[in-house]
Design a protein around this ligand. Sequence first.
Ligand code: FE2
Ligand code: FE2
Length: 252
Amino acid sequence: MTSEILYESPNHKFIYIGKDVDRPDYIIDTNQYLLIHDDVATIIDPGGIEMFSSVSSAFAGEVRMSNVKFIFSSHQDPDVVSALALWLSITDSKIIIDRIWSSFISHYGAKPNNMIMVEDGGMKFNMAKDYAFDIIPAHYLHSPGQLNLYDPISKILFTGDIGAALIPKEDLKSKRRPNVFVKDFDNHIKYMEFFHKRFMPSNEPKKIWIDRVSKLDVEMIVPQHGLIFKGKDMVNRFLNWFDSLNLGIYSK
Ligand SMILES: [Fe+2]
Ligand SMILES: [Fe+2]
């Protein structure tokens, strides 16, 4: 596993873990994140059941499992949260997810008393005594109940499947340490295009989302697959590219 500290101050940390070059070819590559403020931690999109042992041992080097109080799930997909039952067995945490998926993720072991259901409009979430992150709606991109997380301290926007890229495994293996950040945006487009066009239904939710996130001060866009868009220039390049892309029913 490759890890990278995306932001660090004495009481606040945003950590990336992913690019597992040993994963089998038939499993999609996922990015996992850990947000720590004081002694409270949130795991962001913990990943699939097959990733649990490598992700949990990587996170155990960063945080005490007893300090993990929340698991943020951008949406209901198995690559996002099928390991939920295992995470709930080693942490005393609550799962944060869009209300429409609450009864579905019960199949992953969640129960009403350990769920925080988010309404359509999103919310500010008080994670620690003096710290809150923003839960931002990103519905239909691609899941009809998709949530983003914005950390106002690091100015990192976690976008779930928005900005996702499927990087060929050979590309990851060819380097001593896999890239974490997008270096060449134009070259990166080919890894993103199909997913956004095929999995996202139409342009309307995209316009609403771009309008919404354009009002935020974003230093980094961190997706659930692929590479991170670091710096305002890269963030804007991604938003401009996404804005001009025809999705779903418009993509023919
Ligand atoms: Fe998904
Ligand atoms: Fe995904």
